[in-house]
Design a protein around this ligand. Structure first.
Ligand SMILES: Cc1cc2nc3c(=O)[nH]c(=O)nc-3n(C[C@H](O)[C@H](O)[C@H](O)COP(=O)(O)OP(=O)(O)OC[C@H]3O[C@@H](n4cnc5c(N)ncnc54)[C@H](O)[C@@H]3O)c2cc1C
Length: 476
């Protein structure tokens, strides 16, 4: 969550100049890339351009959570996130945990007994892919060895996952969950941080290592002979800046597709609107030591017969009576006596935009729908449905590729790189993504998983076959 409004990027550029590297976008992706290039590799004369103050478009709307729990068809995402978490942990140690990294875990819950088998299979897969070992508890005696998460910090916690398959130990360890929950996966190398503090920590270090910031909009990327030659910026002062450079990095978040087009590069991206709500849990329903808790089941909202009939009679409100997607989630925000709880439910994810709209379209029902839905996960929240508390709603876009993997690396235009499509995981992926991107730019050895994230994956027949198996075409 944003702590305070950051100042715009300072304005320190002649109208015609030269840079080693120009980065478009001072969200977490651009800042982490600038940090890696300048602080780790000593690249000088990097210009970071943004029309907004840093970390204010999408990166401060995040739930700020991270996880290495990505059971998937291959280990690319687990490997990327494990590396990011290594980096986050080492920065946290180096900065006296300036950005409040914790290790509360992700708690996936289901009331569907049949789903427990799927959770076990996913966990076994995640374990083979590097997420850590799995501990299964089928009764309360076995669950005695379970180690709870600490309120703060991340040291001395297990990784992997604890899987609870009996309701009495679920009740004992997660008393706020609905009594019909039959299986819980507590994934452990997961938690959250202050994203804003992380961004400022990295940006300050990047600036100290010589990165220059420029307030303005990248309006053109010129190429000559198939290679980047200069970048045009419309400055916040109305002036036009031409920056001669051979390296341009597109970290434009929801505008990455448009910025790609400036360099003549088509990026197969779309954006989904995602909102979140924050409220004060004055009744103390949610355990302040809880992790990020997710209901893995589709669900229907509870209404009285009369309400249901009324809603179903109107085409505009009929959807409120139909089953809604799985994935409603919450987490406590803040430490000590803080009472804030964040809640998210992505029932909007079918709303796709090829050009994102700002300000976001309003959803006047979001707060109430999320609170109603949350009762299926944590029934103690029911009094808040009867008397809805003040809820602060904000949000942004998940900018995605079809298979929901990021784009990190070169494009067909020499010197034009992309570091975008970070969907709902950009804060957690940015450190390792910045490292991969720098390796591409500087011609360093690339790890095996790098190929899973480059744009040219869509030209590889074996990748297209894999994508087809996931139901995609790569043709957005
Ligand atoms: C509700 C919500 C919850 C989320 N929860 C999580 C979470 O728990 N964990 C997690 O890891 N991620 C989460 N995310 C995702 C995460 O916030 C994003 O993936 C991440 O912030 C993307 O960072 P970015 O730097 O790519 O984009 P942005 O933060 O959008 O930054 C892009 C920047 O580019 C600038 N820009 C664009 N075009 C131009 C131009 N032409 N010239 C100059 N500047 C330009 C913009 O002004 C902007 O500042 C969440 C997102 C949302 C919306």
């Amino acid at each position: 969550m944003a702590n305070s409004t950051p100042a715009p990027l300072s304005y320190a550029m002649d109208t015609k100049t030269r840079a080693e590297i120009v980065i478009c976008g001072a969200g977490i992706a651009g800042i982490a890339a600038a940090h890696e290039l300048a602080v780790v590799h000593g690249v000088r004369n990097i210009v970071l351009v943004d029309q907004e103050p840093p970390m204010t478009l999408t990166s401060d709307k995040s739930t700020e959570a991270y996880r290495n729990w990505w059971p998937g068809p291959d280990n690319a995402m687990v490997t990327l996130m494990n590396r990011s978490i290594d980096m986050l942990e080492s920065w946290s140690d180096a900065s006296a945990n300036q950005f409040l990294l914790n290790r509360r875990g992700y708690v996936y819950a289901t009331a569907n007994a049949a789903k427990a088998e799927q959770l076990l299979a996913d966990a076994a897969l995640a374990e083979t892919q590097g997420a850590g070992s799995v501990r299964v508890y089928r009764n309360s005696t076995q669950a005695h060895t379970y180690q709870r998460s600490a309120h703060r910090g991340f040291h001395d916690h297990p990784s992997g996952a604890d899987i609870f398959l009996d309701q009495s130990s679920i009740r004992a360890h997660f008393p706020y969950l609905a009594p019909n929950i039959t299986a819980v996966v507590h994934a452990r190398r997961c938690g959250w941080m202050s994203g804003q503090q992380l961004g400022m920590y990295l940006l300050d270090a990047a600036k100290a290592a010589g990165v220059t910031t420029l307030s303005g909009r990248v309006s053109a990327v010129d190429t000559s002979g198939g290679a980047v030659s200069s970048v045009m910026v419309l400055g916040a002062d109305g002036g036009e800046h031409t920056i001669a450079t051979s390296t341009f990095i597109n970290c434009a978040g929801p505008f990455a597709r448009e910025v790609g087009a400036l360099a003549g590069v088509h990026l197969p991206l779309f954006s989904e609107m995602h909102l979140k709500a924050a409220f004060e849990d004055t009744l103390g329903v949610i355990d302040r030591n809880a992790g990020l808790v997710i209901l893995d089941d589709a669900q229907s909202l509870h209404w009285s017969d009369e309400e249901r009939e009324e809603l179903a009679a109107d085409d505009e409100t009929l959807w409120l009576t139909l089953p809604l997607p799985a994935g409603i989630h919450l987490r406590p925000e803040g430490y000590g006596h803080n009472q804030t709880v964040l809640m998210l439910w992505d029932y909007h994810s079918t709303h796709r935009y090829s050009v994102p709209i700002f300000p976001l379209e309003e959803d006047a029902l979001y707060a109430e729908v999320v609170m109603r839905g949350m009762v299926a996960l944590a029934p103690g929240l029911e009094p808040y449905v009867e008397r809805l508390p003040h809820m602060y709603v904000d949000g942004g876009y998940y900018t995605k590729t079809e298979e929901n993997r990021p784009l990190i690396g070169p494009t067909a235009v020499r010197g034009a790189y992309v570091n975008a499509a970070f969907s709902g995981y950009g804060l957690m992926a940015a450190p390792a993504a910045g490292e991969l991107l720098a390796a591409h730019i500087l011609g360093l050895a690339l790890p095996e998983h790098a190929a899973a994230f480059t744009l040219d994956r869509y030209e590889r027949p074996e990748y297209l076959a894999q994508l087809a198996a996931w139901g995609g075409t790569g043709q957005l």
